[in-house]
Design a binder for this molecule. Structure first.
Ligand code: PMP
Length: 353
């Protein structure tokens, strides 16, 4: 049996795959594959409408928010956010490789500033913002740092709009949704498959759109077009719908959060109690989604990787600039897989070879 802890594209629940497989052959007894459905038909409208409603239901959104199912991934939104909302200057909180990427892309469009960074302690904790942010158009955070294994457990409160890249912890817990002006996520970790993205945007914030932004890149136009500006990635959006149905049927975001806590606590406890392994992030900011760790003695890295592979544990390589190991614990990762991994870690710790 394989235990895939990949960071994304990541594992989804088996029942989700089964439904997707059926839809590929015969979408809801229409005699058509979902891949050949035209997007301006009641069939696709029903998929999109249910997906929007389920997202609203899971996050308890009121009608101050718009939900967009868009093509492409989070990197596209690094661009769109700056294109739409960077007018004078934007503030970026720097907590790892992805926040830096968002910032670097914002610089291509205007004035962006890193207003807090934890680079000086190699991102093992989250940065703390000390300055007043008035005068900035928005402040951008990466809610979960997939590469490093840190996560915001509470969110910074400022007088300016808060924009969050939630690519790696979307749908993993309930959110204080009204604290955010815009949330975005690539789909391929905790919502679905690559090729689509989700945006939750505050209606009042949309009004700040820079009028010079080309029309295809204006969130406002995506809202007005009900997310259909051109042929959408229907299969990827359908995958999000099926996954949200699964989250709802499993008990919703409270349950996702409780399960994530149980899995992460077990793995961190095992690593903290070992002699040979060390967790990258400091305790208070540790991610429930991506557990990043390394061998204290790097010479043992390859032996543990080998032992893990023999035990069916795959895709645990650390992020390419960080090294070590990374175990992703998204919603579909089963507790039994985490227990198995913990047993393998403990056995290796007692008898490295
Ligand atoms: N932000 C975060 C936090 C990520 O983890 C990733 C992908 N690993 C990205 C952005 C980039 O996402 P995409 O490939 O969908 O552009």
């Amino acid at each position: 049996m394989l235990h895939n802890f990949g960071s994304g594209p990541a594992k989804l629940h088996k029942s989700v795959y089964e439904q997707l497989a059926n839809a590929l052959i015969d979408y809801e007894q229409t005699g058509l594959s979902i891949l050949e459905i035209y997007h301006r038909t009641p069939l696709y409208e029903a998929i999109l409408e249910e997906a929007i409603q389920l997202c609203k239901e899971l996050y308890l959104l009121d009608d101050t928010k718009e939900v967009l199912f868009m093509p492409n991934g989070a990197t596209w939104h690094f661009n769109l956010i700056a294109q739409n909302f960077l007018q004078q200057k934007a503030a970026y909180i720097h907590s790892g490789n992805w926040s830096k990427k968002a910032y670097d892309i914002a610089l291509e469009y205007g004035k962006a500033e890193i207003i807090a960074s934890s680079e000086n302690n190699n991102f093992k904790t989250l940065p703390i913002v000390e300055q007043d942010l008035s005068g900035y158009d928005y402040v951008h955070i990466t809610s979960n740092n997939t590469d490093i294994g840190t996560q915001f457990h509470t969110y910074p409160k400022h007088s300016i709009p808060l924009v969050a890249d939630m690519s790696s912890d979307i749908f993993s817990k309930p959110l204080p949704i009204n604290d955010f002006a815009l949330i975005y996520a690539g789909a391929q970790k905790n919502i679905g498959i690559a090729g689509a993205s989700l945006v939750i945007i505050d209606k009042a914030f949309i009004k700040n759109t820079n009028a010079l932004t080309p029309s295809y890149y204006q969130y406002k136009n995506w809202v007005n077009a009900n997310s259909i500006m051109n042929t959408p990635p229907i299969f990827a959006i359908y995958a999000m719908l099926i996954n949200m149905r699964w989250i709802k049927a499993t008990g919703g975001l409270e349950i996702m959060n409780a399960q994530a806590k149980e899995k992460a606590t077990l793995l961190y406890h095992t690593l903290d109690n070992s002699n040979l392994f060390e967790v990258y992030a400091q305790e208070q900011d540790r991610s429930l989604m991506n557990v990043c760790f390394a061998m204290k003695d790097p010479a043992l890295h390859h032996s543990f990787m080998h032992v893990a592979k023999e035990a069916g544990i795959i895709q645990i390589d650390g992020y390419r600039t960080v090294g070590g190991f990374r175990v992703s614990l998204y919603n579909a990762i089963e507790l039994a897989s985490v227990k198995h991994l913990c047993n393998v870690i403990t056995a290796f710790d007692q008898n490295p070879h």
